[in-house]
Design a protein around this ligand. Structure first.
Ligand code: ADP
Length: 483
């Protein structure tokens, strides 16, 4: 039996899981770390803390598993930026987390330049938004003392989280990234899979600070830990990792992760879509020289709406209790909820709109509001599925993961809303599973056919409901009026 370590570096915590080659979890460890909010819209973290949280979880997982590790995979929060001194390895500024909005004005200025946004969109598949790494790197180079001159002298390195981890964890101190993470920087050309000189010029970023772009199943160097030495043979961004972990290998296979927010991703194989519906095109996975692309839609509020019902409305004291409070036949009795706490993501991309409740009557109850909230999460998913259809991608299957999918009634409502069966894996940690699978491929423990056989699914069968279709139209009318 072979064993693989999967490192999952997320926005609020780092995790390390030791799997056996059949995907059974042997040991796991998790450590949270702090985010800082030094200014309105700014989100930062201390890179040393991120690194030590990863090292600590690796050590704990290895000690508890007490097995020989054959290979390691890394998956990570994407877009987050770290810039460090090539000589000392010391970061010159805190990590700027993907949620950080400090470069909004810069993005708005760039949008005013004729054809620039469409050129960027065509090359990168992304929207000109602070979310992605490019403007964050530029901000560091322009605002940290001596940064620009150091960069021009070849004294700095840039990396998203996986690159920073690879640099610090490998004995070789490799400066490498993979194509999925690179595709989120807004500096990589989706077609050539290389850094794009004209994009570098637009954002005024010297090429010498960038890492080498590798396939996800490349050899990224070796880690020494707990008297063991093993290679990193899998690296992939978190949402792409979940897509892979969910075995979405065919065109039109989609996964949807319902955590705090909701991230949908569909495999489009070799085709790069120029979405008419403001979805993002991105690299789904790159194995050897073979690349598959993906379309992505993000919904900002999913589980966070359930937390709001729990913490602010105090309708229940534990998220799991929400299930028994959903009305029979998913009837919210005319109540409609627009979950726009922080604006709306795909396909609207509206950061001004805020949440609202409509259709309240004298006898509306908390159960009606709870039911309306769950329906709104499903309706948002349907909006993305419709956007995909508009782009010419028909969704063949939907696989789900994330904390919310423990709720059976929610899954039934989702499957009825989408008129599609929904599949839930027995192992809902799809993100860590993806990196584990890629690492197995990269190290030759299993091949691509063997990998597809791993993992069991529980299928929720869709029940047709005219009422839900009508409710969706009413909900959309409320939404459109608010936009
Ligand atoms: P993240 O990775 O974004 O931190 P998780 O995947 O751990 O999130 O999911 C946590 C979210 O799932 C929380 O917002 C929580 O309210 C929600 N959640 C957990 N259990 C349930 C449940 N049984 N029904 C509905 N929502 C749930």
């Amino acid at each position: 039996m072979k064993y693989v370590l999967s490192i999952d570096q997320g926005t609020t915590s780092s995790r390390a899981i030791v799997f056996d080659e059949n995907q059974k979890i042997i040991a796991e460890s998790q450590k949270e770390y702090e985010l800082q909010y030094p200014n309105d819209g700014w989100v930062e973290a201390n890179p040393d803390e991120i690194l030590s949280s990863v090292k600590e979880t690796i050590k704990k997982a290895l000690e508890s598993a007490d097995v020989d590790i054959a290979a390691c995979g890394i998956t990570n929060q994407r877009e987050t930026v770290i810039v460090w001194d090539r000589l000392t390895g010391k970061p010159i500024y805190p990590a700027i987390i993907w949620q950080d909005r400090r470069t909004s004005d810069l993005c708005n200025d760039l949008k005013k330049k004729k054809n620039l946004e469409s050129e960027i969109r065509k090359k990168t598949g992304l929207l000109l938004d602070p979310y992605f790494s490019a403007t964050k790197i530029k901000w560091i180079l322009d605002n940290v003392e001596s940064a620009r001159s150091m960069a021009e002298n070849g004294e700095l390195c840039f990396g998203t989280i996986e690159t920073y981890l690879i640099w610090n964890l490998t004995e070789e101190k490799n400066h490498k990234t993979d194509a999925t993470n690179a595709s989120r920087t807004m500096l990589m050309n989706l077609e050539t899979l290389g850094w794009d000189d004209s994009l570098l010029e637009i954002f005024n970023i010297p090429k010498n600070i960038l890492p080498e772009i590798c396939s996800c199943d490349d050899n990224f160097g070796s880690i020494g830990a707990c008297d063991q030495k093993f290679p990193i043979t899998g690296v992939i961004g978190d949402q792409q990792s979940a897509l892979f972990g969910q075995n979405c290998f065919e065109f039109g296979e989609m996964k949807s992760t319902y955590g705090t927010g909701c991230f949908l991703m569909v495999n489009t194989k070799e085709k790069i879509y120029e979405s008419q519906a403001r979805l993002l095109s991105t690299v789904g996975c790159m194995l050897g020289k073979s690349v598959s692309y993906a379309l992505e839609g993000s919904i900002f509020s999913a589980g966070t709406s359930i937390q709001w019902l729990r913490d602010e409305m105090q309708f229940f004291d534990d998220s799991s209790k929400s299930e028994e409070l959903i009305n029979e036949d998913f009837d919210s009795k005319g109540v409609n909820f627009i979950p726009a706490f922080t604006g709306l993501g795909a396909p609207h991309w509206n950061s001004e709109i805020r949440g609202s409740i409509h259709g309240i009557q004298r006898d509306s109850s908390k159960e009606d509001i709870i039911t309306a909230v769950f329906k709104a999460i499903c309706f948002q998913t349907l909006e993305i599925v419709e956007a995909l259809e508009l782009d010419g991608v028909s969704v063949r299957s939907l696989k789900v993961d994330g904390g919310m999918v423990k709720n059976r009634k929610f899954l039934q409502l989702l499957s009825n809303t989408l008129s599609t069966n929904v599949k839930k894996p027995d192992q809902i940690e799809s993100t860590a599973v993806g990196a584990f699978k890629i690492a197995m491929l990269g190290s030759g423990i299993k091949d691509i056919d063997e990998i597809q056989e791993i993992g069991l699914y529980d299928e929720v069968k869709s029940k047709q409901s005219q009422q839900l279709s009508d409710d969706y139209q009413i909900w959309k009318n409320y939404l459109t009026k608010n936009l």
